[in-house]
Design a protein around this ligand. Structure first.
Ligand code: MTE
Length: 326
């Protein structure tokens, strides 16, 4: 299914670049930045238009500069797969349901409240939030606890930009993310599969790690609703369920937050939930994964990597028994 491009009040139709063109341009820019095409003049020419900021609704172009420190060289997951195979229980438990039912979610106006143990609490509208730092494109692996994975070009900036702005107090040790829970818009809330709203959390030092991405777009566009519009987090070294979608509240706490999946099944879903091939889920192995798009009959499973292949986070957990703190 291809999403219908909704026209934003903020950009003219003539300014909307088709996704394929944007993607092609981004690949070109990335190759330039990586040195495979060596001409600064060409980079400037190709980049000038792509980097012009514009903020629209679902499906509209979202400008960002490629951050070459965060590029996974694996083949990117096809846009169609990433936008039609989703976990988003507020819109149903079947992978195909969010793409069918989330389209009507109203993502504007949207406010996000940043509260709790901070010196400068804030209520921000989406545009102000998006302007806090320059947008970057980062290609991350996403590993779901269910045993599949994708490679997605996300757009956003490090969550640390927002955290520093609100100035956490000395007693803030954790950060809690709350997703929207609106029965009128989210048919999945009728089911008792989870306690709503969807809540996730991190230790404050994890949230400050530069990899933790406050995310507004993917594949050169504003996030499709089924992928967590208008704002979500993406934490690539953790199982996908830690990456809460459609965030309306961020709260700083001294105590470890009670998270939705941990409450639903504490033996199965720990607070940390770092990708770890050595710690099996009680009902299945976590040592390998199926890459979405590579699932032909003959396709081999991939070995799952410690921290999903992001060893730079290891120091956050030094001295911790990761079997106990799974
Ligand atoms: N956030 C909310 N609010 N509700 C959800 O059901 N599912 C999680 C996570 N964030 C979920 C959520 C799970 S299990 C995964 S694997 C990822 O979103 C999937 O993100 P994607 O659909 O963009 O691939």
């Amino acid at each position: 299914m291809r999403l219908i491009h909704r026209q934003s009040e903020l950009i003219l139709p003539s300014e909307i670049t088709p996704r394929e063109v944007v993607e092609e341009r981004r690949d070109f820019i990335r190759k330039l930045a990586l040195g495979s095409i060596a001409s600064a003049g060409l980079l400037e020419m190709a980049g000038r238009r792509a980097f012009a900021q514009s903020i629209g609704g679902q499906g509209t172009h979202l400008a960002a500069s490629a951050n070459t420190n965060y590029v996974v060289m694996d083949k990117k997951t096809a846009y169609k797969d990433a936008t039609t195979y989703n976990n988003y229980y507020e819109f149903g438990t079947d992978k195909s349901e969010p793409a069918q039912t989330a389209g009507s979610l109203k993502t504007r106006p949207w406010t996000i409240s940043i509260e709790g143990l901070v010196k400068k609490p804030l209520v921000l509208d989406l545009d102000s939030l998006m302007k806090l730092a320059p947008m970057e494109e980062r290609i991350y692996r996403l590993r779901c606890v269910e045993g599949w994975s994708m490679v997605i070009p996300w757009i956003g900036f490090s969550l640390s930009n927002l955290i520093k702005k609100v100035e956490p107090t000395g007693s803030a040790k954790f950060i809690e993310f709350t997703s929207l829970a609106d029965k009128k818009q989210m048919p999945g809330l009728q089911s008792g599969v989870l306690e709503w709203p969807y809540v996730e959390g991190l230790r404050l030092d994890e949230a400050l790690h530069p990899l933790a991405l406050l995310t507004f777009g993917m594949y050169g566009e504003v996030l499709p609703n089924q992928n967590g519009a208008p704002v979500r987090v993406v934490l690539p070294w953790k199982y996908g369920f830690k990456s809460a979608k459609a965030i309306v509240k961020i709260r700083f706490t001294s105590e470890q937050p009670r998270t939705a999946w941990n409450q639903a099944a504490p033996r199965e879903y720990g607070f940390y939930s770092n990708v770890n091939p050595e710690v099996d889920h009680p009902r299945w192995s976590q040592s390998s994964e199926r890459r979405i798009g590579e699932d032909s009959f003959f396709a081999k499973k991939r070995k799952t990597l410690m921290f999903n292949g992001y060893p730079e986070v290891a120091s956050l957990y030094s001295g911790m028994d990761l079997k106990k703190y799974f």
